[in-house]
Design a protein around this ligand. Structure first.
Ligand code: BTN
Length: 234
């Protein structure tokens, strides 16, 4: 990947979308700080100086329906890099990377995938990865944690490199994404509540299917959800 670095930028995803619209691919937009970071579901994403805020531009030859697999791959790549750095991270469906302390899950990483395309083929995908790296939890939203809090500051260049290497590897082996995700996920086997556009689904998360569909065993039988906000129940 070619890297475009910014000390400060509004949102690496916005910049990546611009470059994608110009036809660029395999570019990573990386920033020390974002002033207008965006999260899922139109939320804001707090991104102070010291984090790893990056967006990867891809132009894959896949239908839009399989794009969620890139989100899973990003979660797998980040979780592997965090574990290598000594942090006991796990994935919460679909794409949060969490660290669990006792009864509380704290969020280390969020991923926002955006794309444009036709029914049969995407024209570009932007995978935005926000890693709370060398930042204080006090400077993040409630419930967040950082590599600094969990293990001490990391070498951001090395950490970023590991994430991109792992991501690149999964990209060349799409069939490996779901099994890798299963292994690193904390959601399977748990009781969950998922808020979807079609309402709330409560039950036991029993499996994940390509490209990222969660299978929930409810009182009325299995329900498959492809998007939503997931809460682990106890
Ligand atoms: C979430 O809501 O959990 C997703 C957060 C995604 C944040 C990252 S930081 C890099 C990229 N640029 C953005 O504006 N957002 C994503």
């Amino acid at each position: 990947f070619e890297v475009e670095y910014h000390d400060s930028i509004s949102s690496t995803n916005d910049r990546a979308r611009e470059l994608a619209a110009e036809g660029r691919e395999d570019v990573v937009v990386l920033a020390d700080e974002q002033t207008g970071g965006r999260g899922r579901l139109d939320r804001e994403w707090t991104a102070p100086s010291g984090g790893i805020w990056l967006s990867i531009i891809l132009r894959p030859t896949v239908p839009p329906a399989s794009a969620p697999a890139f989100t899973l791959a990003a979660a797998v790549a980040t979780t592997r890099a965090a574990r290598e750095a000594g942090v006991d991270a796990a994935i919460k469906w679909p794409n949060d990377v969490l660290v669990t302390h006792g009864d509380t899950d704290r969020k280390l990483t969020g991923i926002l995938t955006e794309m444009e395309g036709e029914a049969d083929r995407v024209s570009w995908v932007v995978v935005g990865i926000g890693i709370n790296a060398n930042v204080e939890a006090a400077d993040l939203v409630a419930g967040a944690t950082s590599l600094r809090e969990e293990t001490g500051d990391v070498n951001r260049r090395v950490f970023t490199q590991r994430v991109l290497e792992e991501f690149h590897e999964l990209r060349s082996d799409p069939d490996a994404v779901v099994p890798a995700w299963r292994e690193l996920a904390d959601t399977l086997g748990r009781r969950v509540r998922v808020d979807t556009s079609g309402g709330e689904v409560v039950g036991e998360a029993v499996d994940i299917e390509f490209p990222g569909t969660l299978v929930i065993e409810t009182d009325d039988g299995p329900v498959r959800v492809s998007a939503g906000d997931c809460e682990h129940l106890r």
